[in-house]
Design a protein around this ligand. Structure first.
Ligand code: SAM
Length: 254
């Protein structure tokens, strides 16, 4: 029995697991996080290539089964990954996972807060294209801005839906994420920037001036991009807007 609730579409083509591991250049120096080991199709070859694998699985039946055959260098954690504080588990430097699609967004933002070297992840195709979307395109979103600010993101290849059981309704993609050493633009306060990005994309077709007026009850010629629509602003533009608003807050203009 598979659980829809847990996004259980199991990979049935082991060559794809091999490809993910190769894209991530896993060696015996690496400690790898895997979210949702499932039946272990990725966990087993990962454990052969890596120093250690930390595998977090929410489904207790799968955990019980995995315990029977996984090697000693796999640390198996039974929990919801969204409730796991990454500071409380062994430190990992890489992430390789075939992600449950329902938590794609929160888990990606959670990864981006952590200090890792490289992640190779399978996402649903549409989500993968939102990750790399540019301003002005229909896929451009809060996710595109957050990913661009924190990491270099590349779609490596499309995986047909027939590679999974049960077969999902859509194809998937292998995506590589490499955190940037330096952010592509400067923001005064990341928390404020991410909160503003979220607020803006709740009204992606509206003009900036209308959203700012709604949030801060204020309009000023000092604020840039007032007549632009959210979906047109590049991540750099949003960074500039965020810095200006924060400076105005400091000066108690807002
Ligand atoms: N890695 C396996 C594979 O490639 O066949 C399974 C992938 S399946 C798409 C997603 C896996 O994540 C399932 O095993 C599911 O039980 C697990 N899962 C779903 N939500 C989770 C969560 N919040 N925390 C940890 N594991 C979760």
């Amino acid at each position: 029995m598979t659980s829809k609730k847990f996004g259980q579409n199991f990979l049935i083509d082991s060559t794809i697991a091999e490809k993910e591991i190769n894209y991530c250049n896993i060696t015996k120096d690496d400690v790898v996080l895997e979210v949702g080991p499932g039946k272990g199709i990725l966990t087993k070859p990962l454990a052969e290539r890596a120093h250690k694998v930390i595998a977090i699985e929410i489904d207790k039946k799968l955990v019980a089964n995995l315990k029977k055959f996984l090697p000693k260098n796999v640390v198996l954690i039974h929990n919801d990954v969204l409730n796991v504080d990454f500071e409380t588990i062994p430190k990992f430097n890489k992430i390789v996972s075939n992600l449950p699609y329902k938590i794609s967004s929160p888990i990606t933002f959670k990864f981006l807060q952590y200090d890792f070297n490289k992640a190779v992840l399978i996402y649903q195709r549409e989500f993968a294209y939102r990750m790399i979307a540019k301003a002005g395109s229909k896929n451009y979103s809060r996710l595109s801005v957050g990913v661009y600010y924190k990491a270099m993101c590349e779609i490596n290849e499309t995986i047909p839906r027939t590679s999974f059981d049960p077969q999902p309704k859509v194809d998937s993609c292998i995506v590589s994420l490499s955190p940037r050493k330096n952010n592509p633009f400067f923001v005064l306060d990341e928390k404020f920037f991410f909160k503003l990005t979220r607020d803006l994309f709740n009204h992606r077709r509206k003009k900036i001036k209308n959203i700012i007026k709604k949030i801060f009850g204020f309009e000023s010629r000092e604020i840039p991009f007032m007549d632009e629509r959210v979906e047109q602003l590049t991540p750099e533009n949003i960074g500039k807007l965020s810095n200006t608003l924060l400076e105005m807050k400091f000066k108690k203009i807002l």
